[in-house]
Design a protein around this ligand. Sequence first.
Ligand code: PEP
Ligand code: MG
Length: 536
Amino acid sequence: MSVFVGKSINKKVTIGRIHYYEKNQSSVKRETVADVEAEWQRFLAGRETASAQLQALYDKACAEVGEAEAAIFEIHMMMLEDEDYLDSIENIIKNQSMCAEYAAAVTGDNFSEMFASMDDEYMKARSVDVKDISERLVNVLSGVEGGTGDISEPVILVAEDLAPSETVQMDKTKLLGFVTRLGSANSHTAILARTMNIPAIIEVDIQKEWHGHMAILDAVKGQVVIDPDEATLNEARAVMEAEAKRQELLMTLKGKETITTSGKKINLYANIGGVSDTAAALQNDAEGIGLFRSEFLYLESSDYPSEDEQFKAYKTVAENMGGKKVIIRTLDIGADKQVDYFNLDKEENPALGYRAIRICLTRKEIFKTQLRALLRASAFGCIAIMFPMIISVDEVRQAKAILDECKKELSDTGIKFADVEVGVMIETPAAVMVSDELAKEVDFFSIGTNDLTQYTLAIDRQNPKLDCFYDAHHPAVLKLIKMTIDNGHAGGAWVGICGELGADLELTKTFVDMGIDELSVSPSAIFHIREAVRNL
Ligand code: PEP
Ligand code: MG
């Protein structure tokens, strides 16, 4: 039995066999062929298979996460039809008598380099796609199985890191939990684990040899135990049983109000990262969506998601929530959330850098595309718009002016939209200090305690070495929260919390006493908070 420690993402325990997930990398040999025509036909058959795989992935992604996120697979299918790309492969096979795998790999490398060197941002971003598609072709031609397709029983997935394009392909019913070396508490993997309510640990010194071994993934203690002995297994089983019983008890709170014994009602909303997360929000009886991290639409896409793609995603969430409030945060890209096609410069201090509203106010077309999509979707439910990383009243005025421009454009073309509430995230000390002024500009505040703690304590939230200094209960943070609530209320804005601290049961009473109106937490935390509030 051996124990490896890491950072817990969702504090649960599971027992299962390990599946070590490795990206497929077929090594391509430079082999010549005698019958070039037969080789070309073999390539065409391989292309058909790759195309069928992509169609299946597209359908699956559409059903699970929506069309916007699925679009990447459509782009890949189109590339498989590209004439120049196919001419190059045919040329290498027929004129140089090379095998199909080699022709696909070399063409992939050449095209990828060519795209990468282009000035046009859109074309530059195609570099990754052409490489991806060539790797798929090589895998098909050399008969290598793809991804996690060979998993037959639920497993603990161990990987270096997981990209959104990989998690979207996984059969979620086969996942007991995740263990990764990379990733952060806000990585896509982490958010997926919280939303699926399965345990996960990151920053673990993972090893390939674990594949097939039994393990306990204990995200309560933040450890993975390989080949556990019987006593340790029994201990873990007892924790799991207690957790299952507790979950059953919590389910009796379904349909009940989140209200204190003295009658103070708290709006208990869910944080989501994508369309498919609404299912977990509804299952856990969320009273609304308090934070839709819209940047995941951008992260899961290989190019700027179009207005229509975004409109469909926002409309689906609004409709699924059946008239309950859905607060959609506008793009919060930059810092830890990097997207290739934005071509952002490498920065010395990305957390203090060109990100979120700063990108939106300076690259107005990207912002307007999103705002138009949000306004159009508002006709189908109760949508509210929230701006991230605000530091000044002027920024809010600018953002609202752009929103008004979008409203006018839609009105001029006869497109319907509803009255939307507008709010800001309070996640910088500057925003707190001017929250009395900000409150006059908006309908609501949502306190982003993850960033507010980072910027108040001057502690990089991504740096695991600083975990021992990162104290979200620091009196400075709590005073800023109190100040925000008081200033918000004085200026007529309601105030919520959507950072991780909102789910901290040790602080539920403190927040309610401070006068908080809303708490937005991961779906799996909802019943716990409701129970705590009802017991106050
Ligand atoms: C926060 O900063 O608390 C927040 C909710 O936003 P994110 O974690 O996405 O930065
Ligand atoms: Mg934030």
